[in-house]
Design a protein around this ligand. Structure first.
Ligand code: G3P
Ligand code: MG
Length: 253
């Protein structure tokens, strides 16, 4: 199922190179590209019909303002500084930036994102992008299912926090190629259960050597990381990495 799309160990730059730059900004995505990321993960919320790239429900943490993201005007959101003078990017800007350079793991974060995201990615595909250059997920399975109905050629992943009661049935109902588990939910038995039906298992968020060791010993097929440079030595390996990561990203012998 996921083998053709993810033949080797996969590293997703989580919110870009967000360990180095303000998360979910063009600066963070450019840095991820410079660091050789093959996949970039980002979070999408829709305001006035425009898919924007932003993680939180509220503005406090990233923009230093109060208020719920989706209750703001688009022009106000686009005027905000989300770190080092960076603006909140549109999904269209990130698609353009990453075109022919990296693939995008688009997480539908806000309510009712699926139609606008499907329309935008559908346009990118009509303009020549490969459907496989995107992987869409959401904690809200209904959004994933709706997205899949609207744009079935784009692969979807099943995103969970904790381990759902019927994970294989859930993934199957979504037509998912992958299952994305928070690190605390990862166990060897769960990874094996999902891989047995052809799913790839990716874990978030893996930033340290000990967490990489834990995840790879459990058998995961890839990780989301805020530090793609640290994981770069393992990206694209045909087998799962031996977890010998140093704090600076160089490998120990
Ligand atoms: O998609 C993986 C990961 O990004 C999910 O959690 O909260 O970092 O968006 P979060
Ligand atoms: Mg995310």
């Amino acid at each position: 199922m996921g083998d053709a799309l993810f033949p080797t160990f996969t590293v997703f730059a989580h919110r870009g190179a967000s360990g180095h730059e303000p998360e979910n900004t063009l600066r963070s995505f450019r840095r991820a590209l410079e660091l050789g990321a093959e996949w970039i993960e980002l979070d999408v919320r829709v305001v006035e019909g425009v898919p924007l790239v932003f993680h939180d429900r509220t503005l406090n943490r990233c923009a230093g303002k109060s208020g719920v993201f989706e209750r703001q005007r688009l022009d106000f959101l686009r005027s905000l500084d989300v770190g080092q003078g960076e603006k909140i990017p549109t999904l269209a800007e990130v698609v353009e930036l990453a075109r022919d350079r990296a693939r995008l793991q688009v997480e539908l974060k806000g309510p009712n994102c699926a139609p606008a995201a499907a329309q935008l990615l559908g346009r990118a595909i009509s303009a020549g992008a490969s459907p496989d250059s995107f992987l869409v997920s959401s904690f809200d399975s209904e959004q994933t299912a709706l997205f899949r109905r609207l744009l079935p050629q784009v692969p979807v992943g099943c995103l969970a926090y904790g381990y759902p009661r019927r994970p294989v049935e859930l993934a199957s109902s979504l037509g998912a190629v992958s299952f994305h588990l928070n690190l605390d939910a990862v166990t060897p038995a769960r990874v094996a259960e999902l891989q047995a039906v052809g799913l790839k298992v990716f874990s978030y968020t893996v930033n340290t050597e000990s967490d990489l060791k834990f995840a790879t010993e459990a058998g995961v097929d890839g990780v989301f990381t805020d530090f793609p440079d640290r994981m770069a030595p393992f990206q694209g390996r045909s087998t799962r990495p031996a977890p010998t990561l140093s704090a600076t990203g160089s490998r120990r012998q």
